[in-house]
Design a protein around this ligand. Structure first.
Ligand code: COA
Length: 152
């Protein structure tokens, strides 16, 4: 990810129905932090292009105080080009990077809301399994779902 990618990424985030405005704000803060000091944040970021246009991104990082556990914090693909394998390619690329850095377990947190049905199906198709649920975590009726994938 480079500075030139940011405007297109913000467009994607702002037009992603799953993300609430305050989530987009947090995503922007994370992107800004990464662009200012890539090493300092401990985040890794990969951007996908489709037809030479920014089509999506993934951000991930090692989970503090663990040995070989990583989190995929954000993934988003432009609504216009969903279903073309871009999310899968981003996830695969992140998994390869994580493996290269001796990662063994990937955790993804997501929401139980109906709006995230596609997202949950996507993770399941990429062989992530739901291992925990915290009821009412995000708000009453909106549970946190924890998904994981072992890399070996
Ligand atoms: C989730 C997301 C990243 C998927 O990206 P995508 O480029 O559309 O997904 P792909 O085209 O790579 O699909 C890959 C696989 O997921 C499956 N999949 C994707 N969308 C699906 C859907 N709506 N229903 C069922 N399966 C789906 C595909 O069938 C495919 O399966 P395969 O690997 O067996 O071929 C994208 O939809 C997105 O940006 N969602 C909004 C943001 C979001 O929710 N982020 C996560 C926050 S926790």
């Amino acid at each position: 990810m480079s500075r030139q990618d940011k405007p297109a990424l913000m467009q994607i985030l702002q037009h992603t129905p799953e993300f609430k405005p305050y989530e987009v704000e947090v995503a922007e803060e994370v992107i800004d932090g990464y662009l200012q000091d890539q090493q300092g944040t401990g985040y890794y970021a990969l951007v996908a292009e489709d037809d030479s246009k920014v089509a999506g991104y993934v951000m991930f990082g090692q989970t503090p105080c663990t040995i070989g556990t990583w989190d995929i914090y954000w993934i988003a693909v432009s609504e216009e080009v969903r279903g073309k394998g871009i999310g899968k390619a981003l996830t695969k690329a992140a998994e390869e990077e994580i493996k290269r850095m001796a990662g063994r377990l990937i955790i993804i947190e997501t929401s139980s809301q109906e709006l995230y049905e596609n997202t949950r199906r996507f993770y399941l198709s990429q062989k992530y399994e739901q291992v925990a649920r915290i009821p009412d975590f995000y708000s009453p009726g909106d549970d946190l779902l924890i998904m994981q994938k072992r890399l070996n």
